[in-house]
Design a protein around this ligand. Structure first.
Ligand code: TTP
Length: 197
């Protein structure tokens, strides 16, 4: 029986994969997440997801499949990852205030013979944020480990006026595309068909 490993430290990705009924174990990838000079955002997120998958795959033996993902916020042709500190987070949130931005999420699945990956784009529109709100949001702790310094699934939901595209992609794992990609590797979703919702 083929085992699936989720190469991720993100609790959101674990929850999302669990939601679609795919059994998996977790290993945390260690890679350098610095963009290359002039690297286009879709190429960057795809490379990150592929490198995370490869980093965990090389440590495995047997019939193993590895899934990894990467999420970045794109605005003004800038790639916004996780903030380095309070000032960085607040600058990101001021930049996102009152306008539309793009969220790019890449997924990669690899086994010992091949690696397939896919990039999903979603548009998110924020209402105007005040400086006081941005300060208060930073103090909640939520922005610290989130690309673009917000979480659509959390307190940051109050900033979101519109979303065009995959909600799960913004949270960190595009589920329709993940199910399809896992299917290409003979890993089915809905393996636990009981639902508590
Ligand atoms: C925009 C947005 C991002 N995020 C999260 C998803 C990702 O966990 C994180 C982006 O950073 P990533 O580098 O994609 O992932 P990560 O470092 O958290 O985890 P991994 O070990 O898999 O590399 O931002 C949200 O949770 N909600 C949001 O609305």
């Amino acid at each position: 029986m083929r085992r699936l490993i989720l190469a991720s430290s993100s609790p959101r990705r674990q929850e999302l994969l669990t939601q679609i009924g795919v059994p998996f174990s977790v290993q945390v990838p260690a890679i350098d997440e610095t963009p290359l000079a002039g690297e286009a955002p879709p190429a960057y997120v795809q490379r990150m997801a592929e490198e995370k998958a490869r980093a965990v795959l090389v440590q495995q033996t047997g019939d193993v499949c590895v899934l990894a993902a990467d999420t970045s916020v794109i605005v003004d042709e800038l790639i916004l990852g996780k903030p380095t500190d309070a000032a960085d987070a607040k600058a990101m949130l001021r930049r996102l205030s009152g306008r539309e931005h793009q969220v790019l999420s890449a997924i990669a699945v690899a086994d010992q013979s091949r690696l397939n990956s896919h990039v999903v784009s979603c548009k998110v529109t924020f209402r105007t944020l005040t400086d006081a709100e941005i300060d208060a949001y930073w103090l909640t702790g939520e922005p610290r480990d989130k690309a673009g310094s917000y979480a659509i699934q959390g307190l940051g939901a109050v900033f979101v006026q519109a979303i065009h595209g995959s909600y799960s992609a913004v949270v960190g794992l595009p589920l329709a595309e993940t199910a399809a990609l896992l299917g290409e590797f003979a890993i089915a979703c809905w393996q636990n068909k009981e639902t508590d919702s």
